[in-house]
Design a protein around this ligand. Structure first.
Ligand code: URA
Length: 278
């Protein structure tokens, strides 16, 4: 068998073991793939090999062999994951208090993914992340880069709104148990989307994705790595709503400029100077 075939096999086995370790029991496979798998491996001209590309990583400038997921299989797997999340009752207290599971929104082929903490009241009602006041600010930040919400993917550590029994308003932070229970959905989302860059919005997002590190004030602006993917920690937009100082807006903007550069996006002089004092 060719080296490429063996690499593909290894990658597939690693991926399946990873899914299994996170509770996955089924995978969606297209009939075309099943047909291919039932054939003996062919040498250089195997169609399976066409799924392997030697790609020059734009973010890391190194040559990496990457497994390209068939777009139909990717979409089917993503839809199946969404279906599972939408009926999740692993946290019975949240399943009974929520109005909607807030799975995520945007392009499943996005190069840039934003991860927040958990849905608030507005998100719970609409079933979409970041649609309240903090969400509107996030949308402005995304627009300022030249992208739209449809170009990126937005998700949260927790897919359900943390309940606030006895309170008619306000939010609470997810508990460590809730985070540990819900995080496999986010891991699977990231595995399927494979963004080139992740932006972690606030301390809870960093904690969920990287485990506890130093505080967000120290960490923001410093590149981290989530399973090989560059991750930029920055302040949560709700912090910017509480602290309207230009200096804090500029910090988040500088983090976004670094993200744009990492993605090879053009940065105009006007963009470079946002939130700098005149
Ligand atoms: N804050 C978050 O962290 N996520 C949302 O979806 C909304 C507000």
């Amino acid at each position: 068998m060719s080296a490429a075939y063996n690499q593909l096999l290894d990658a597939a086995i690693r991926h399946l073991e990873d899914l299994k370790s996170r509770g996955g029991r089924n995978v969606a496979v297209s009939s075309q793939t099943l047909r291919e798998l039932s054939q003996p491996a062919r040498a250089a001209s195997s169609p399976v090999q066409s799924e392997i590309r030697n790609q020059k990583s734009e973010t890391q400038k190194t040559v990496a062999t990457d497994l390209i997921l068939d777009p139909q299989v990717k979409a089917a797997n993503f839809a199946a994951l969404r279906e599972r999340a939408l009926v999740c009752v692993k946290c019975p207290h949240l399943a009974s208090s929520r109005k909607n599971v807030v799975f995520g929104v945007g392009s499943i082929d996005a190069q840039l993914m934003f991860v927040g903490e958990a849905p608030g009241a507005d998100e719970d009602v609409q079933g979409e992340p970041f649609v309240g006041a903090a969400g509107q600010l996030l949308t402005k930040i995304i627009s300022a880069t030249g992208l739209s919400r449809a170009d990126v993917y937005i998700a949260n550590i927790l897919k359900c709104r943390p309940d606030t029994p006895g309170q008619s308003a306000g939010n609470r932070k997810p508990t460590p148990d809730e985070m540990a229970t819900c995080i496999p959905y986010l891991h699977e989302q990231i595995d399927l989307i494979r963004p080139k860059v992740i932006v972690a919005l606030g301390a809870t997002a960093v904690d969920g994705l990287l485990g506890q590190t130093v505080g967000i004030t120290k960490l923001r602006g410093n590149w981290q790595t989530y399973r090989g993917t560059p991750l930029m920690p920055t302040f949560h937009p709700s912090y910017l709503l509480r602290n309207q100082a230009m200096s804090e807006k500029r910090k988040v903007w500088e983090d976004m400029l670094a993200v744009m550069e990492k993605l090879g996006m053009p940065v105009s002089d006007k963009q470079r100077n946002y939130f700098l004092k005149a």
